[in-house]
Write a protein that binds this ligand. Structure first.
Ligand code: GDP
Ligand code: MN
Length: 391
């Protein structure tokens, strides 16, 4: 699960990391009011940033600096009109603009092979790390955190110096340790700060100093661990979620929408992957990955059918059920019910084997469903009927 920059920053703050204050505004007028507050508090300029779950906002025109509240308002209005990789901007973050001296990259991620949290840093901040990895891999410094002790002092120091943050190594080491803690505390997959920036700030006494701060934050949480963190579920941004994903989650169905035309309904993740492979081999393109899970009852089958049919691109449905705990006749009943309430007539090919397959076959035959005995046959039939009107 991806969360918005503002929420990611809250998780960093909770670990004591230096994040400049911000406000979130839902309208251009609110952005103006926020800007007014920062300017009154002494900021020379404010920054207005799109809150969308994609990177590269800077390049896409989703980050604007403003010298007045009016400018912040028009900036926010402009940002809300920008399409970011197909996503509509509904919120902006407003903060006092940082006076950036230099930008760095720092992130914590999971190194599955080492089974540890990996910290990755680079002096080439502000740039997407994939670009740095491709053009100048030597510029990336990596260190592992200890599974129990976290990031050890010597390693944190090696990272900071390796990134060219020698003058700020204590702050950099503390931030690196904090990113590691943020990973573990929230069961995150990625905690990325880009840019981590040296900024110039004027203190209360008027003297100018430099400080290291987290100017951007991107966090992805492990979906499978969300049940351990009830509070984090609230950070899911439903504005940016495909309604089908929410519906699937509510039904306990594992569903991932794809671009093809053959809707797939399968029980078991492995079988669902195999089914997709065979659809491709038969010359078709799967419209989705869908695993209805073990022991699925007929109501779940109808729900899965609705999910598949909501996608207007779907031209045929392939049902592939291996009856174990899931009973074939239950699925057949579910399919018959689902078809009765179907709003769109899409041809369906069903293969059910295993527990109560014979009973299922009889029910489906009576209901005049197209059936298949092997998966290859089912895939070939589904691809063949796609696009043709249902019988
Ligand atoms: P991203 O492009 O989606 O990763 O958004 P970022 O928050 O990283 O912003 C992109 C770029 O905008 C940064 O690399 C900075 O160069 C610039 N930027 C962001 N915030 C500020 C700020 O407060 N002051 C200044 N001067 N530039 C900023
Ligand atoms: Mn960034």
């Amino acid at each position: 699960m991806k969360i918005q920059e503002a929420d990611a920053k809250s998780l960093l703050l909770a670990e004591g990391l230096p994040v400049p204050a911000w406000e979130v505004a839902r309208t251009a007028a609110d952005a103006r009011a926020s800007a007014e507050r920062f300017l009154t508090a002494g900021a020379e300029r404010v920054v207005v940033k799109a809150q969308v779950l994609v990177g590269g906002r800077g390049k896409a025109g989703g980050v604007k600096l403003a010298g007045s509240a009016a400018e912040a308002e028009s900036g926010a209005a402009a940002i809300r009109g920008v399409e970011n990789k197909g996503l509509t901007v509904r919120k902006v973050l407003v903060a006092a603009a940082a006076d950036i001296v230099r930008e760095f990259y720092l992130a914590a991620t999971i190194d599955r092979r080492a089974r540890r949290v990996l910290l990755m840093g680079s002096a080439e901040g502000g740039v997407e790390i994939e670009e740095v990895a491709a053009s100048n891999p030597g510029a990336i410094v990596t260190v592992h955190a200890h599974p129990y002790l976290g990031l050890l002092d010597a390693e944190a120091r090696r990272l900071a110096f390796g990134m060219g943050l020698g003058n700020h190594w204590k702050a950099a080491a503390a931030i690196a340790r904090g990113l590691g803690r943020t990973m573990v505390a929230n069961d995150a997959d990625l905690v990325e700060v880009n840019p981590l920036a040296i900024v110039r700030e004027r203190g209360a006494d008027g003297t100018v100093g430099e400080r290291l701060v987290c100017l951007d934050a991107k966090i992805t949480l492990d979906d499978s661990a969300l049940s351990r963190h009830p509070g984090l579920e609230a950070l899911r941004d439903l504005d940016e979620e495909d309604p089908a994903d929410g519906a699937a989650r509510a039904e306990g169905i594992n569903f991932i929408k794809l671009d093809g035309t053959i809707g797939c309904m399968v029980n078991g993740a492995g079988l669902a992957m195999t089914t997709m492979d065979l659809v491709k081999r038969a010359g078709g393109e799967p419209a989705n990955f869908l695993d209805i899970g073990g022991g699925a009852r007929s109501d779940k089958v109808s729900a899965a059918m609705r999910l598949i049919l909501e996608d207007p691109k779907v031209q045929a449905i392939l049902v592939n059920i291996f009856g174990g705990i899931t009973r074939g006749d239950e699925v057949a009943h579910g399919l018959i019910e689902a078809r009765a309430e179907q709003t769109r007539d899409v041809p369906m090919v069903v293969r059910i084997v295993g527990t109560n397959a014979e009973e299922a076959g009889r029910l489906l035959e009576e209901a005049r469903f197209e059936t298949a005995t092997s998966l290859d046959e089912a895939a070939a039939k589904a691809v063949a009927v796609a696009g043709r009107p249902a019988a």
